[in-house]
Design a protein around this ligand. Structure first.
Ligand code: NAG
Length: 346
């Protein structure tokens, strides 16, 4: 049977291609053709053997093929963390665009003793709040007799009106963390925490409160809390873990998603609290001020950050004499190396 015309030509081209494969560069090109190579190959497939021969012929003698520069890949669709806000405390004064230093004993807010029978008056003076050597330093101290500020002074900072955060469609998971060093002392009560920016579900605790760090006295235990419920119907879920918090720097972290809050000490999770999904389940958070459209109230609205060092009050629960003895021995401090907030893309 006679061979069909043209078969001999195809066989010749294939032989030529096989011969040319002694060039490693060409073999690479054949294994993973560039976009141009792929276009030639598909044109050849449409046009038949003659075009394939024309494409292959210039390879004799083989010329070194210049590699195409790698094209940048499209951005990965993997989730990534983006910093949303931070204070590294690298200046020499408190940054008023980030923090407000509250003043007084709470009376101006209708809560003398700041709602917890605390003994200190907050001021924005440098003796109570300063930025030095890369850290924020909050100092609680006894005041001299006749001080217009009372017996003890300290500081309480907040980002209200400047920065507040909640999970969003852009960042469904947010992380709020700070690197903090504490000084132990009976009667001391440092905190890194969050309050609602807009109080959308009503007065405390209906609009919620998140305590990322609370510690007291010997500073040997970190407590995290989510306060919700309603006015006069406080619903608290909290938990903690032992830690020698005054022995050096530690990182206190909250991760917040639509239906879950998680607390970490030095990267180790010790507490998770879930939404009660619009019910009043005791093992979940809820707000009596939320409605059917807000199953994750109150932790579905932006919260601002607070840092303070309280003296005495309901949490340390020591007698005023013990507090007096602590601060008679010298000031107590809370150092903050940085506060950082980041969000993770979906
Ligand atoms: C609320 O719903 C989520 C799922 O959407 C679930 O994981 C969680 O356990 C629920 N909360 C409670 C307290 O049952």
């Amino acid at each position: 049977m006679p061979r069909p015309r043209g078969t001999g030509l195809v066989a010749g081209v294939l032989a030529l291609l096989a011969f040319s494969c002694c060039s490693a560069t060409l073999c690479d090109g054949l294994r993973s053709p560039s976009r141009g190579g792929r276009r030639l190959a598909s044109q050849a497939a449409r046009a038949g053997p003659a075009v394939l021969a024309a494409a292959a012929l210039p390879l004799r003698p083989p010329l070194p093929l210049r590699r195409q520069p790698l094209r940048p890949l499209p951005p990965p669709s993997r989730p990534r963390w983006v910093q949303l806000w931070a204070d590294e405390f690298n200046g020499d004064a408190l940054d008023g665009s980030k923090w407000e230093a509250l003043e007084g004993d709470g009376s101006a807010f209708g809560i003398p003793g700041w709602g917890n029978n605390e003994l200190q008056v907050y001021t924005g003076r440098r003796v109570n709040v300063r930025v030095q050597s890369g850290s924020l330093v909050i100092t609680a101290q006894a005041e001299h007799a006749g001080s217009p500020y009372g017996r003890y002074t300290s500081a309480r900072l907040r980002t209200s009106g400047r920065f507040a955060v909640a999970p969003s469609a852009t960042y469904p998971r947010v992380r709020i963390e700070a690197r903090i060093k504490l000084s132990a002392g009976d009667g001391m009560w440092p905190a890194f925490w969050m309050l609602p920016e807009d109080w959308a579900y009503g007065n405390w605790p209906a609009s919620g409160e998140i305590d990322i760090l609370e510690a007291r006295n010997g500073m040997d235990y970190v407590l995290g809390s989510a306060h919700s419920g309603g006015v006069g119907a406080l619903h608290t879920i909290n938990g903690g873990t032992p830690g020698m918090l005054a022995d050096g720097w530690h990182v206190y972290t909250l991760e917040w998603e639509a239906k879950q809050l998680r607390w970490y000490l030095d990267g180790v999770q010790y507490l998770a609290v879930r939404s009660a999904n619009g019910t009043q389940a005791q093992n979940g958070w809820y707000s009596l001020g939320g409605g059917p459209d807000n199953p994750d109230a109150p932790f579905d609205k932006p919260f601002h950050l607070l840092l303070n060092l309280a003296v005495g009050g309901n949490f340390p629960w020591v007698s005023p004499d013990v507090v007096a003895a602590t601060l008679a021995a010298g000031p107590k401090r809370m150092w903050v190396d940085w506060v950082r907030v980041s969000g993770r893309t979906p």
